[in-house]
Design a protein around this ligand. Structure first.
Ligand SMILES: [Zn+2]
Ligand SMILES: [Zn+2]
Length: 174
């Protein structure tokens, strides 16, 4: 497999002065995302990201936006599911501060790791559980058939707690 280029932004090369800003539209390639033990592949090979940078008093402020569409299995019925979200994430990175809150984990030595940030932001923006539809009925716990298309009347199993079975058990014990 060919190695993927990481999307690293050299902030120093943008040479923004304080009070200045810039907007970059950049394609970012991401690997399939792992969510709740399932794998979800972005529908597009590359995310079309928009990065806004500004330099307030010191350091940088970033805003990253991109539409995201992923496809994978529904966590309840394993049928095909797709989700679309608008990712909108922000980061600040203040120079010369010991305050962890004001440092961005994606900025190291004046370089912004856009690829890693985009990936993390994508995972955060997606719902915890991806479903084929909001009211997905899931799989029957007894036979494993999808209950979404099953006729509820036709789909019944004898339950072990059925009163008739209890009667039988009582008889056997006597
Ligand atoms: Zn489902
Ligand atoms: Zn069943």
């Amino acid at each position: 497999m060919a190695s993927r280029p990481t999307t690293i932004i050299d902030l120093a090369r943008l040479s923004l002065s304080h009070g200045e800003g810039a907007r970059l539209d950049l394609p970012v390639r991401v690997d399939p995302l792992e969510l709740g033990g399932q794998t979800y592949a972005p529908r597009d090979r590359e995310l079309q990201t928009r990065l806004d940078l500004s330099r307030p008093s010191s350091g940088y402020a970033f805003r990253l936006r991109f539409p995201l569409r992923v496809e994978g299995p529904c966590v309840r019925c394993l049928d095909h599911a797709g989700v679309e979200v608008e990712v909108d994430a922000r980061e600040v990175d203040q120079a010369d501060t010991e305050d962890e809150e004001l440092r961005s984990p994606y900025v190291v030595d004046d370089e912004l790791d856009l690829g890693r940030w985009a990936r993390d932001a994508a995972i955060l923006a997606l719902p915890d559980q991806i479903l084929c539809r909001e009211d997905c009925a899931g799989l029957c716990p007894v036979c494993g058939e999808s209950l979404n298309d099953a006729d509820p009347a036709a789909h019944e199993h004898e339950s072990p707690t059925d009163p008739r079975w209890s009667k039988l058990r009582e008889l056997k014990l006597e």
